[in-house]
Design a protein around this ligand. Structure first.
Ligand code: GDP
Ligand code: ZN
Length: 461
């Protein structure tokens, strides 16, 4: 295994209050001893651990001061990587961190690969692969709830479940061994098949339970892709503004793939909504006219939810009817807005055209109906409370794919058992299941997959 001492800038590039250069490995202390000058002339090893030490980073060649710093030493093995770690806190900004990194490299460290600190934590057995991936998911989380899910996984919730599942798979394998050891005894075989069937069904249920959270995990991670629809002047912009005003926890605002699409994340009762705001919808108002029926349909179908706004103070028009056609088969909520004015279009009238949709009376001017809307969204997608920390939620595509494979393995093993197939047919599938589950936490994973996973990490983590 690689035992170089590695170093990297751990903080984000750009101007900031402080910047951190991090070292991990056997030579970390020696390297920093060469370049750090504190008040006392002693080694970091002889200073108190995990305490900030004030001083300067000096170029040992010419004695020139590079920056004023605070240095902290964390002794192996109770560190992030399980190796000796030294962190140098310097002034933020690109120049100080880069200069310090350079001098650290000149004195014997090697620049870390992306994710190499976390990879070492994994290689040294402090965390498993699913936990390492949770670290990355934490860093890249765009929504509060996705962060919570990953934090839960970092603490080992998924890893533990996978370990238990593998223990059950091992029990099935033990039954297989039993029949191989006593090939001529029919009742041994019969009993083994019965036990395998029982065990297999339990495993299947538990995998299914995990897989049932995939959609939730996707929503929590990516946000519920929401499209606001309605003809001009019904109150779409007012709705958008009200949602933004009421939900200050806007996580991020990202420019979409094309120039005319902007997405904004808002947080509604813990559910991230990714409101897709196309030029065709919010500002130029008439989506159908602007982008054509087919594209409008495609757009709506790609979303998770459509919020449709009608003006209750006016009669329904042909344009409204076109919109109703568009959302007939789509998860959608209808808002009857402007109910503070004299009402011409009632819930009953709308129900005649489209019977099975949730309809909410609102007044954006009076701030009426927003809470009901938020509740409706929650009920529609989560059937009540969204408590992400109480259960394991699968939010990583690699984990999902491996669970699907494991499920297939078990199903095939069960089918073989039911058909009374020879034991080695069953064994192949059960072993595959054992391997696939092991890939989730990294017990049975190849070097290439590990490298690929960590190469997606950011530098310095
Ligand atoms: P959009 O064209 O669908 O985006 O509609 P806007 O949000 O721009 O609103 C159009 C007009 O309707 C504006 O003058 C709003 O002030 C007004 N409006 C929006 N919601 C309500 C409401 O609930 N009641 C009343 N009376 N007027 C509203
Ligand atoms: Zn508008």
């Amino acid at each position: 295994m690689d035992i170089d001492t590695i170093a990297a800038i751990a903080t984000a590039p750009g101007e900031a209050g402080i910047g951190i250069v991090r070292l991990s490995g056997k030579k970390a202390v020696d390297i920093v001893d060469k370049i750090f000058q504190g008040k006392k002339d002693i080694s970091l090893k002889d200073r108190e651990q995990r305490k900030l030490n004030y001083g300067h980073i000096i170029n040992p060649e010419d004695g020139k001061v590079i920056d004023e710093v605070l240095v902290v030493y964390m002794k192996a093995p109770y560190t992030y990587t399980t190796e000796d770690i030294v962190e140098i806190n310097c002034h933020g900004g690109i120049i100080p961190v880069r200069r310090i990194l350079e001098i650290v490299l000149e004195n014997g460290a090697r620049i870390a690969d992306p994710g190499e600190f976390t990879k070492r934590a994994f290689m040294n057995g402090r965390i498993d692969l699913a936990q390492a991936e949770a670290v990355m998911d934490l860093i890249s989380a765009k929504t509060d709830s996705s962060f919570d899910v990953s934090l839960n996984q970092l603490e080992g919730s998924l890893s533990q479940e996978v370990r238990q599942l593998r223990e059950s798979v091992l029990k099935m394998l033990a039954q297989i061994e039993a029949t191989i050891d006593f090939p001529d005894e029919d009742d041994v075989e019969e009993m083994a098949y019965e036990k395998m069937k029982e065990e297999g069904n339990v495993i299947l249920q538990r995998i299914d339970k995990l897989l049932s959270t995939v959609y939730t995990g996707k929503i929590l991670k990516e946000g519920l892709k929401t499209i606001i629809l309605g003809k001009p002047n019904v109150g779409k912009s007012s709705l958008m503004n009200a949602i933004l005003r009421e939900n200050r926890a806007i996580v991020t605002e990202i420019p979409g793939t094309t120039r005319d699409i902007i997405e904004e994340y808002v947080n509604i009762n813990g559910i991230p909504l990714r409101i897709v705001d196309t030029a065709g919808i919010r500002e130029t108002e008439d989506i159908v006219e602007k982008i054509g029926v087919d594209r409008a349909k495609a757009l709506i179908n790609k979303g998770d939810l459509a919020i449709v706004v009608f003006d209750a103070s006016k009669e329904l028009t042909e344009e409204d009817m076109n919109i109703i056609d568009l959302i007939k088969d789509k998860k959608s909520i209808i808002l009857l807005n402007k109910t503070d004015l004299e009402v011409k279009t009632t819930e009953e009238k709308i129900k005649k055209h489209i019977p099975n949709k949730k309809i909410i009376n609102t007044s954006m001017i009076k701030g009426k109906g927003l809470e009901t809307l938020e509740e409706a969204i929650k009920d529609m997608f989560f059937k009540g409370e969204v408590k992400v920390t109480d259960q394991i939620i699968i939010n990583n595509v690699r984990h999902k794919d491996l669970l699907l494979k494991s499920k297939k393995n078990i199903e095939e093993a069960l089918a073989s058992i039911n058909m009374g197939m020879p034991i080695d047919c069953i064994e192949v599938d059960v072993k595959e299941c054992w391997n696939n589950l092991g890939e989730i936490n990294g017990d049975t994973v190849g070097e290439d997959i590990i490298d690929r996973i960590f190469s997606d990490f950011c530098i310095g983590k």
